[in-house]
Design a protein around this ligand. Sequence first.
Ligand SMILES: [Zn+2]
Length: 578
Amino acid sequence: MARLSDAFIDDLLARTDIVEIVGSRVQLKRKGREYAAPCPFHDERTPSFYVSPTKQFYHCFGCGAHGTAISFLMNYDRLEFLDAVEELARRAGIEVPRETRQNNQDSDLRDQYAALEAAAKLFQRQLADSARARDYLDGRGVDAGNRARFAIGYAADGFSTLKDALGTDERRLKLLDRTGMLSKNDRGHVYDKFRDRVMFPIHDRRGRVIAFGGRVLSAPADGKDAGPKYLNSPETALFHKGRELYGLWQARQANQKLERLIVVEGYMDVVALFQHGVTQAVATLGTATTPDHAELLFRNAPDVYFCFDGDAAGRRAAWRAVESALPRMKDGRQAFFLFLPEGEDPDSIVRKEGAAGFDARLAQATPLSQFFFEELGRDINHATLDGRARLAERARPLLAQLPDGAFADLMRQELQRRTGVDTARPASPAPRPPARGGAPAQRRSLVRSAIALLLQQPALSLQIERPYRFAGLRLPGMPLLLELLEAVVQRPGISTGALLERFAEHEQADALRRLAAQVLPGDEAGWAHELHDAVAQLERQTLQQRIDELQQKQRAQGLDETDKYEMRMLLQALAGRG
Ligand SMILES: [Zn+2]
C-alpha cells in the first residue's frame, strides 16, 4: 500500500463531508446531532447506523462497522484504499501526491489495465469477424445486448494474433506477458495464450478488465487438441481468482440493490441467466468458494444461493462453501444450496424452464442449516448414543465459528435437538459490549475518560497547558493520550474521523474507534470542564507518584539535600491542589 502523508489524509478528510458521501448512497435521517439509517453493512429494521457530521465518522451499534469517509467507500463501494482516496480527492478537486516509486508502480498497473482493455476490444472486433464464434453465441441464445454487457469476444485461431496486434514493441510485449495473455514454450517461443476461444473478460469491482476466461470453440472431432474446455488467465498482479467473482460487476450494474446473489460454476451459466432475466448471477473462476468469495458475496447481498451439481463432487464443493460462509453468517444473512439434477446446469435449466422455473427451484433450495446437519450426519447412526455424540463433536468446532447472534443460537439449539447434547452455551461466554450511551457500569480510568473526551471534540486538546505536567505518569494508555494530544496540536482543526485515520494502524485503534463512537452526554462546555478535572487529577497523581518514589528511596538509602528539597516542594504543591 502506498504511504500517503498524514497531512494529506487530514487535508482530504477536512475537505470531505462524510454525511454527503454516505448520504449519496444510503438514505440518512437526522437524529439529534447525528444522522441515522438502517445499516448498509448488515440487515436490520431499526436503524443502528449513525453518521456524525461533527466527528466525520460513522458507526454501527449493531455490527460494529465504523470509520471515516475513506473506510466507508472501501467497504460500501468495495474500493481499495488508494482508490477510495482517489475518489474523494477527485470530488474535493485535489491531487493525490505520490512518491516517484509509487508513481512508477501505479503507471505500470495503469498500463496493464489499458493492455487488457485493448485485448478485450480486439477480441470483440474478432467476434464481429468470425461467423463461427457468432454462431456459437447465437446457438446459446446470447443476444447483442448481453454480448455487449459482458463484452464477449473471440480470440482468433492463430499463435500470434494478439501478440502481433498489441505487442508491437518490447515494452508492450512485456506488458502483455505480465497480464497473462501470452504463453511460452520450452524453446522460449512466446505465443498467444488464448486461441480459437470465445472470450469472457473478467471485470473487477470498478468495471475494469483484469483477466479473461476463454471457452474452447472447436469440437474435439476437429482432430486437433484444443486444450481444456475452459481456460482462465493465470494469477497476475491484477487478478487473484480466489477474490474475484465473474459477473459481479454486471450484477451490480443491473440492480439498484442486490437482494440475492446466485453462485454458479461457469461464465455461460451467468450469461444465460442474465439472458433470461436472472440478473444476480455470479461465478467463481475455477476454484472452490474461498472465504474471500463468501465475504464479497455477503457484502453485496444478504441472501446467497449456491448452485452445484447433485453428485458427490458437487456436494464436496458445497461443503467448502459452507466452511467459507460459516464465520460470516451474521444475523440477516442467509445461504442456500441448490443441487441440480444430473446432466443439467443453470444454463440448460433456465433455457428449458425460464426465469420462473429457475426461481421456483431456488425457492426450494436447501437452507445452510439443513445442509449442514445432513452433511455432517451423513455416515452417522443417529439412533445410537455414540452416533449422536460424534455428531455433536463434529459440529461444535464449526458452530463455534458462527458470529454471535440469533442464527448461532438456533444452530446450537438444533444441534441439541438432534443430539440431546447441551451445546447452547459456548465454551467461554464472551462479555457483551456495553450498551449505547455508556452506562456507568464500568468505571473508566482517568486516562480513558480524557481520551474519550478528546475523541468527542479533538479541539479540547488545545486547552491543556503544555508541557504536559502529567507526561511522566506511568499509567496504561498514557503514551496514547500524549500521542493524541500531540496530533491535535500539530493540526488544530482535525476532526475525530481524521484523527482515527491517523491512528488506524495503532494497536489501540479498535478501542479508539469504540470510544469515538460513543455519544457522551452534555455539551462542549461540560466536556471541557470534565477534561480539566481529569487533567488536574492526573497532575496530582503525577506528584503522588514522585512522592512515592522518593519515599521508597528514603526507606532504601535515605534522601540527600536535593531530594529533601524536592519532597517539600512536592508536598506543598499537592496540598495547594487539595
Ligand atoms: Zn451494521
